[in-house]
Every structure is written in C-alpha cells, then in structure tokens.
Design a protein around this ligand. Sequence first.
Ligand SMILES: CC(C)(COP(=O)(O)OP(=O)(O)OC[C@H]1O[C@@H](n2cnc3c(N)ncnc32)[C@H](O)[C@@H]1OP(=O)(O)O)[C@@H](O)C(=O)NCCC(=O)NCCS
Length: 157
Amino acid sequence: MTRRTLSHHIILPPFDDGLPDTVSRISQAVFGSAEPHRIRWRLTHMPDASVLAVRDGEQMVAFKAGYAVSDTKYYSWLGGVLPDYRRRGLASALMERQHAWLRARGYGMVETATNQDNRAMAAANLKHGFLIAGTRRNPDNTQILFLKALDAQETDP
Ligand SMILES: CC(C)(COP(=O)(O)OP(=O)(O)OC[C@H]1O[C@@H](n2cnc3c(N)ncnc32)[C@H](O)[C@@H]1OP(=O)(O)O)[C@@H](O)C(=O)NCCC(=O)NCCS
C-alpha cells in the first residue's frame, strides 16, 4: 500500500447522489454485507445526518455516519475502516471529530450501539468516554448500547 496523506472531511446534506453507494461499498468491505437501500434511506430521511470520512486520494477508506434522534441527542449509527487502514488511529480521529462537531452543534449526548462480539469497537467506545447504558436484543444478535455526555469542557483523549 502506498502511504499518501489522508484527508478528513465532514460531509453534510445535501449529499451527492453517489455518497450512499460509497458508504455501502465500504460497509460491504468492512462488514461483509451492506443494505444499500437502508443506508440511502437513512442518509436521505433522518434529521441532521452527517458522514465523517477519511480519504486516501479520491478513495474513501473510513467513515462514520450518524443522525439526530432528538434536539439534544445524536445517534452515531454506522462506521468502519477498510482493513488495510486499521490500527492507525482513524476510528479514534473520526470519533474525536464527530464529538467536537456535535458539541459545536449543541448536542448534549451521543449514543451508539455495538454488536456484543465486536471487541475492537467496544474498546474504542470506552476509550473515547462512552459508558455502557444497556443491551438490545435484536432478532439475530445482541448489541451493547453506549452513551456519552458531550461536556463542553471535555477534551477527548
Ligand atoms: C473497529 C474499527 C472501526 C477500529 O478502527 P481503527 O481505525 O483500526 O481503530 P483505531 O486505530 O483508531 O483504534 C482506536 C481504539 O480502538 C480499539 N481497537 C482498535 N482495533 C482493535 C483491535 N483489533 N482489538 C482490540 N481493540 C482495538 C483500541 O482501543 C484502540 O485504541 P488503542 O490504539 O489506544 O489501543 C475497525 O476495526 C473496523 O472497521 N472494524 C469493522 C467494522 C466495525 O466494527 N464497525 C463498528 C460498528 S458500526
């Protein structure tokens, strides 16, 4: 892999028509599955949707997408880092940038859910100040729910 300088972006509506497909492609590579219709629907219809992205040249290599669930709470919904780009701090950088953006936008809380067997993401959430708020039983898996208060004074690690 050639190591170029990675660039960070925050992408806000109105989204390019191709963005949901790009997010779906990375989701497919990261999770082994993607639901393009669901991704397109949420990015189109959920309030205050955002996609924080890292690009290597023109290629998106990591992203973090979310949307508001109330005027004070934001849901960090979906994210991933392509395998060749892991363990280089990209998930941390995306989380820090997302939380700073949410604070600036006036949100007081951010929540997220992580599959129970996803140790890496659970560790990243705890590292960045989330607390475990509960669990959610879905038909095909169990998720850990995480919540973080976005204290205006806080600086992320
Ligand atoms: C989870 C994931 C996003 C981490 O991305 P990353 O860029 O490699 O993570 P970072 O390098 O920023 O690491 C941040 C922290 O995450 C944790 N972490 C990352 N990879 C880990 C691993 N393989 N095992 C254990 N902890 C891990 C660590 O706490 C790490 O902090 P540290 O470096 O101080 O130990 C990435 O592995 C991924 O895309 N996985 C598949 C998709 C996924 O699970 N998405 C989240 C659910 S929506």
